[in-house]
Design a protein around this ligand. Structure first.
Ligand code: ZN
Length: 185
């Protein structure tokens, strides 16, 4: 069964001046369709179901938890070109902690959609806040955007940093500074 994306890619290839019958392109619509399904698979995933069984109650640990350098790859919603980089997440537990691998899964779920970096950052922070209910959460994302590097202004070495600070990370300068110190290279 053909993916409805395939004829769209075939049309796109024709439109840019390609010969869709040449050998090298014969499998391309199918490949692009599968790749696009994968890169946008976050739409089919629910952050809640990932976090549901991963939050551990009644833990005494109350120091800052930092997961840094989580790699992520997303697609900008303006050009459908990749942006990618590193995400750093910290939270201050309030009797609940979350499995560390789930933090990375969360980044993946929201990355594999059409995004803007600002919203991606906020969604991760808000979901952490809502489901782990910590005293505070901080998320910092550094990313390179191919839409800036390959086209338009062609700023090859530019990167964008976004952050979302909730709870104590917003209210308390000390907490925020500690987080930013811990993720500084
Ligand atoms: Zn873009």
């Amino acid at each position: 069964m053909n993916d409805p994306i395939e004829p769209l890619i075939e049309g796109l290839l024709r439109e840019v001046g390609e010969d869709v019958d040449r050998e090298g392109l014969s499998q391309t619509p199918g490949r692009v369709a599968r790749s696009m399904r994968y890169l946008t698979s976050g739409y089919q995933q629910d952050a809640r179901s990932v976090l549901n069984n991963a939050v551990f109650e009644g833990e005494d640990y109350d120091e800052m938890v930092v997961v840094r350098d989580i790699e992520f790859y997303s697609l900008c919603e303006h050009h459908m070109l990749p942006f990618f980089g590193k995400c750093h997440i910290a939270y201050l537990p309030d009797k609940r902690i979350i499995g560390l691998s789930k933090v990375a899964r969360l980044v993946e779920i929201f990355s594999r959609r059409l995004q803007v970096q600002e919203r991606l950052t906020t969604q991760i922070a808000q979901t952490m806040q809502e489901w782990v209910k910590p005293k505070g959460v901080g998320v910092v994302m550094d990313a390179s955007h191919l839409c800036m590097m390959m086209r338009g202004v062609q700023k090859q070495n530019s990167s964008a940093t976004t952050s979302a600070m909730l709870g104590t990370f917003r209210a308390d300068r000390g907490t925020r500074t500690e987080f930013l110190e811990l993720i500084r290279r």
